[in-house]
Design a protein around this ligand. Sequence first.
Ligand code: SIN
Length: 292
Amino acid sequence: MSSLSALDGPRIKARDESGRPYETIRIDRLTPVIGAEISGVDLAAPTNHQMDEIHRALAEHLVIFFRDQHMSQQQHLDFGRRFGELHLHPAAPHEPGHPELMVIKADENSLRANGEGWHSDVSCDEYPPMGSILYIKECPPAGGDTLFASMYAAYDALSDRMKAYLEGLTAEHSGEHVYRGMFAKEGVADKASYPRAEHPVVRRHPVTGRRALYVNRGFTTRILGIPRDESDGILRYLYEHMENPLFQCRFRWQPNSVAFWDNRCAQHRAMWDYWPHRRYGNRVTVKGERPV
Ligand code: SIN
């Protein structure tokens, strides 16, 4: 039997439900650290007061979920635009006539599904997305969940020595190895090049001021300014650390559910465990700022 006990791993502090109560929406948390289901709002026509509270809920819970929503493509885009300018994906297919409306689809003909590994969306962009709003319309009979992990909780649980080591380090993020050839089967031709960027390994959230780990298995290729083998070792440790279930929540989709996640402080991973069944929806992605 292992001699490891819970005390050998990270201990996280449950965040209290403090602060002002919500007046126009209802919040049901999935876990103490990440995720909340929101009810009492129609995303096709939210009031200004509800929008303010949705902004606040996203900052407090990192990913927020809505059930039984009925939005047209235009209403989905309009909802996204209320959070900022929309992001254009550098590679993925989109709905006809709507380049900002990414298609998320896997079915019996798929060789892969979007977002199967842990990642923060398009972190290879110089200005990576602040948030993504995924509206799933068709679900498999079982499976197809999405997992989310708090990068605040992952950062907070590091030792002070590791935090000091990571301070000031930057990492390279690249889209080349991710996107080249990825959507060929969907008829999307490759581009001459894909984005590449350098971002701090630990970033400060522009709204909450909290620190979050900002490296991910999908896009991060190396930590800069240290030997390659050291970078590989540190990244391997950070990836294993941040994938601890203590920092996670898991969302079970139903048709017409929406998930809105903050890419600046959360990573996600989609489960493709439902082949040959079909899962289909659209993602609207909101542009973000340069990570600092
Ligand atoms: C993604 O946007 O990474 C896909 C997430 C999902 O399909 O659940």
